[in-house]
Design a protein around this ligand. Structure first.
Ligand SMILES: [Zn+2]
Length: 251
């Protein structure tokens, strides 16, 4: 019973942080302040009261419209909130009930913001990479002496990407992607970040090929969402995948 209460609380935390993620997603690309400006309707300027800010429920109760001018409110708000709630629950289910899972939850939230912003603008905000760097530094005392694993993780994939960046004069890969693989590598360690990169490339090539076929999208590829999905795959299942691989290959 208490287990399910914990899961419900986690989901609740997830959707509350999710509503802050919405603020980040809308304001960071416009260089608006994410802390001091009060939430308001984009059309009439109506300042949202606390009861308009209850994650998911306010949107459903208001049927997706502004209380004052009835302007439509994007369905993205409740969707991001719900996704973040689900990410929190799954992260604890897959990674176990430990302190490190808290850092992984925050990483998942940062990746969600990166994915949406990169998808729209082809930019990974520098501030979010700094946030992931801080998570990585916080993980060092928890890594039970294996600090070197994490420091190597910082350069394992990012060093390779930096080489591509230099060789292609910045056309092959974005600077934001390199920083993401560096900061996430510090948090995950070198084994998991290499696995994350492998999955990121796999998702990217498969999904982007399908998208180019179906919707005739251009060749411009935002790597952020795919790398993020790869990182999350490694965080959730990486240890199991690696030990499975070692067993199968007889190493
Ligand atoms: Zn309004």
């Amino acid at each position: 019973m208490i287990y399910y209460i914990f899961l419900a609380l986690l989901f609740l935390y997830g959707i509350i942080i999710g509503s802050f993620l919405n603020v980040c997603i809308y304001r960071i690309p416009n260089r608006e302040n994410i802390v001091t400006t009060r939430s308001h309707c984009m059309r009439c300027g109506y300042q949202l009261k606390w009861y308009d800010l209850v994650p998911i429920f306010s949107w459903i109760f208001l049927r997706g419209r502004c209380r004052q001018c009835k302007e439509k409110i994007s369905v993205q708000y409740p969707i991001i909130e719900a996704i973040n709630g689900i990410l929190f629950v799954l992260t604890f289910l897959f990674c176990g009930w430990e302190l490190l899972s808290v850092l992984y939850c925050l990483l998942a939230s940062a990746l969600l913001v990166i994915s949406v912003i990169d998808w729209r603008t082809y930019q990974i905000p520098f501030g979010i990479n700094v946030f992931i760097l801080v998570l990585g530094l916080c993980s060092l005392p928890l890594s039970s002496g294996a600090v070197a694993t994490h420091l190597i993780g910082f350069c394992a994939v990012s060093g390779f990407l930096l080489l591509i960046y230099l060789l292609t004069k910045g056309k092959g890969i974005g600077g934001g992607d390199i920083k993401l693989m560096a900061t996430a590598g510090l948090l995950l360690g070198w084994k998991l970040i290499i696995l994350a990169f492998f999955f990121g490339c796999l998702y990217g090539s498969v999904i982007h090929l399908i998208r180019m076929k179906v919707s005739k999208t251009g060749h411009v590829l935002a790597m952020g969402p795919y790398l993020s999905a790869g990182i999350l795959t490694a965080v959730w299942f990486g240890d199991r995948i690696i030990s499975w691989y070692l067993t199968v290959s007889g190493l």
